[in-house]
Write a protein that binds this ligand. Structure first.
Ligand SMILES: Cc1cc2nc3c(=O)[nH]c(=O)nc-3n(C[C@H](O)[C@H](O)[C@H](O)COP(=O)(O)O)c2cc1C
Length: 425
């Protein structure tokens, strides 16, 4: 069996699968059951001054029969008294000393408030702190959550205040509701953060009921924007993790969050630079036991690849992730339709004809049967036909040697003596 243990900024965990700060980590009862099920760590539901919540709070977007393709919420931080949470954190840590318990914190942007809460949660025995600068709804009117997480100066200052009081590692959880997440990530680094986590939820409105004209969800006929998460946000989260992982000004560990539903998703985040992952929506959709498959799948994957420790996976794809200007303009692939697998549904032809480069011809063979064929010289290798094809293996994208040496846009511009606006970061 491979070694699944991680060391995340000094926080030890039996495996890289943590529950994110959210309803699944609301109480000692839940976190203890999660640890029994196999989760390696839990970021407690955000602590702060207890708040009032509204009903309803959640909505989901289903797509083509897939329930909860995306999940939207307008829930705030914990509505339980701080003393109760601290007592349950203490008890849970005593029962599970080898599991990671992280306290998620959100307080008003004042040095005194940060010092006070850091001290209180550390006295309860947490292994680390996660500063929640990310929840996009509610709290903003109080200057908290993403209202402060969108302002680099506030991220830096509050991280610094938390670090002044902290004895355990400080993780800064970033909001995706910003143009360039590396700016706030750098602010966290400048404030002394030991690690960053991303992403919190994305500003969203799940839908509008076309009969009642109410928003979805609504509170007595009125709605407000919420935070989006679940499988739909995974590509956005993965991009943000990758951008931070490849940025030399952000040399601290990353906890990857956003749409992670299985071990394969987790491996993607690890490869793209995350040292561990956090999960919320998938646990809310399927329950704590999904972690069993995650652990087993990751273990088999590492064994199959001959990798001894999960830590050896971290960041292996980062060198393969760059700017557009560094891609080889002479690399060429074209579509190849496998006639013996193709069912002649013509979806590829329609997609190519209507919306791409009109290079898939409908031919008739001698028996009068229709056949689809790619005119390679006109194919731009965009992948669209293989994306819309409903049959696995019916369309392959194959490499055509161009006979030319690799040449990127940046190299081309440099050779021409023209400055490029997309130079190597
Ligand atoms: C109902 C709900 C409540 C949440 N509450 C918190 C919270 O209190 N603190 C926090 O940092 N993130 C909170 N989150 C965000 C999650 O921790 C996580 O960042 C986000 O859901 C993305 O992960 P996922 O796609 O696995 O759900 C909440 C998410 C949901 C769905």
């Amino acid at each position: 069996m491979a070694d699944l243990r991680i060391n995340f900024a000094g926080i030890e965990s039996p495996n890289p699968f943590w529950l994110a700060s959210a309803p699944p980590t609301n109480s000692g009862y839940q976190v203890q059951r999660a640890f029994e099920a196999g989760w390696g760590g839990a970021v407690w539901k955000t602590l702060g001054d207890p708040i009032l919540n509204v009903t309803s709070r959640f909505a989901a977007v289903s797509f083509n029969g897939q329930k909860v393709a995306g999940f939207n919420n307008i829930e705030l931080i914990t509505d339980r008294p701080l003393e109760v949470n601290l007592k349950e954190i203490y008890e849970t840590k005593k029962l599970f000393p080898n599991h990671a318990i992280i306290a998620s914190l959100m307080v008003a942007p004042s040095q005194e408030k940060w010092h006070e809460i850091v001290k209180r949660v550390e006295d309860a025995g947490v292994d680390g702190l996660e500063l929640n600068f990310g929840c996009p709804h509610g709290m903003a009117e109080r200057g908290m959550g993403s209202a402060s997480g969108q302002v680099p100066e506030l991220v830096e200052k509050q991280t610094y205040w938390a670090k002044e009081a902290a004895k355990t590692p400080v993780i800064v959880k970033l909001t995706p509701n910003i143009t360039d997440i590396t700016v706030t990530a750098e602010a966290a680094v400048n404030g002394g953060a030991d690690a960053i986590s991303m992403i919190n939820t994305i500003n969203s409105l799940a839908g509008v009921d076309i009969d009642s004209w109410n928003t979805i969800p609504h509170v007595g006929g009125k709605g407000a924007h919420g935070g989006y998460c679940g499988p739909a946000v995974k590509p956005i989260a993965l991009h943000m993790v990758g951008e931070c992982a490849r940025n030399p000004l952000i040399p601290i560990p990353i906890s990857g969050i956003g749409g992670i539903s299985n071990w394969q998703n987790a491996v993607e985040f690890l490869l793209m630079g995350a040292t561990g992952v956090q999960v919320c929506t998938a646990a809310m959709h399927h329950g704590f036991r999904i972690v069993e498959d995650m652990i087993e799948g990751l273990d088999h994957y590492l064994d199959d690849k001959g990798i001894a420790s999960v830590m050896d996976l971290v960041g292996k794809s980062v060198v393969k992730y760059s700017d557009w200007g560094n891609l080889d303009l002479n690399y060429k692939i074209v579509a190849k339709i496998n006639a013996d697998v193709c069912i002649n549904c013509n979806k590829c032809h329609i997609a190519c004809e209507d919306t791409s480069h009109q290079c898939i011809d409908m031919l008739k063979d001698l028996a009068g049967n229709s056949q689809l064929k790619v005119r390679e010289e006109d194919c731009v290798g965009c992948n669209l036909c293989s994306i819309v094809c409903p049959v696995d293996g019916a369309i392959d994208m194959i490499e055509i040697p161009s006979g030319l040496p690799p040449m990127t846009w940046n190299e081309r511009q440099a050779a021409l003596g023209v400055a490029s606006c997309d130079s190597e970061k």
